[in-house]
Design a protein around this ligand. Sequence first.
Ligand code: NAD
Length: 505
Amino acid sequence: MSVAAAAKPPTVKLLIGGVWIESRTTQWRDVINPATQQVLARVPFATAQELDAAVASAKDAFKTWRKTSIGVRARIFLKYQQLIREHMKELAAILTAEQGKTLPDAEGDIFRGLEVVEHAANIGTLQMGELANNVATGVDTFSLLQPLGVCAGITPFNFPAMIPLWMFPMAIATGNTFILKPSEQDPLVTVRLVELALEAGIPKGVLNLVHGGEATVNGICDHPDIKAVSFVGSTKVGTHVYRRATLAGKRAQCMMGAKNHAVVLPDANREQTLNNLIGAAFGAAGQRCMAASTLVLVGESREWLPALVEKARTLKVNAGFEPGTDVGPVVSCAALERVSGLIERGILEGAKLELDGRNPSVPGYEQGNFVGPTIFSGVKPGMAIYEQEIFGPVLIAVEVATLDDAIRLINDNPNGNGVALFTQSGAAARKFQEDIDVGQVGINVPIPVPVPLFSFTGSRASKLGDLGPYGKQVILFYTQTKTVTQRWFDDSTLSVGVNTTISLR
Ligand code: NAD
């Protein structure tokens, strides 16, 4: 495979006030195809002045956008969902080229975002307030959910379609204007989604796009005209963003890192469970925040491990855009180095390497960041592979004697993003869902990400801020509740007095 494209790679543009502009920055980074190392584009790290200009345009657009009727807002998102459907294949190809996941998985990434766009088209009923009639004689109280102003979103590399779509559609549908800062590792599919949003009718300045890294993110956290920040990414950066943004008086919600356990009871449906585990551990090369990366084998279910290893061995490692690929490359050379380093550490710390996916042979893509399915058994808390989020196609197995032991192990882990239990026992499932301290629970469902009728509800160290992305919770995140208490006098009403509490009764 040729390593560099002959032509100079295109530059990624900023979107400010409805105009695509070339950044004046001196700091650029290559967007690289992780299967080939081909440079696809160059992305700028926007200057402070460019961020200011984006915020100023969003602030100006808010004056009119906040008063736009429900019907106008809803119809933009109806049109937008149609455009995303029509461009699904094109979007998936862009995503796979820059991120590495397989084409079907890229379509899944887009589809899960599309569901949020569909939900945004229901904004009329979602943003309704409440009314209480006659709270005192002749007095009614009602609530309004009013937009905040300029909001911002900062997104990670692993879902470059879904996560931007978690953010700007609901923020804009509720009447806010938005600054989006996608991952600098794979911004191209996000750019295309923003282009389609403009085509759907989002007016100038309502949606702005800036690129960059630490300085741009800090600039967003500090900017006095940004009212709310939604972040998805690692725990380290999310903790920093939460502190910095809230210190600057903003609302913040940060969805962060994970260590998701999948518990298998011996009474589970064996084939279904093993197949589900393979998909949940190795799909998207393990680069999902909800990947089932830690297997907890209860009692006799430990005997299923050899069958799981054999299934994992058959997975096809190849470029994501090649047909039949199961496991694509990890996103960058740095990610490959980190994952390989953790595998090495697992061996040194005494875990048993049941399947070694390092250095797989991928003919035609020798330069790619590939690591194949890898499985460790005999893993114990305290080992680096248990304590750290590996974020690669590595499944670790811990053995415990009882369901109670499994619950204790998981509740002792600081993370609370996702967990799954495989069983045919209703009683065991009910006990698990009651006692487990994790925000998203799957019963025979390996990756329990809720659809947008609900909100994403990661908990504990996986989340900061009370309200989650999308669903009902995000309506509250992107709005300020105002209550209005009112009464009307007709001409015959006469009341004089200073004691309003009594006169209200
Ligand atoms: P990351 O934290 O490195 O990057 C996220 C964003 O923060 C990017 O836009 C990046 O430009 C910015 N950033 C990076 N370093 C920064 C710094 N020092 N200061 C300020 N901003 C900085 O995360 P990632 O590697 O892109 O994504 C993978 C992580 O995201 C994993 O930990 C994964 O679990 C997590 N994630 C969580 C969820 C969830 O819903 N809980 C969903 C997807 C991904």
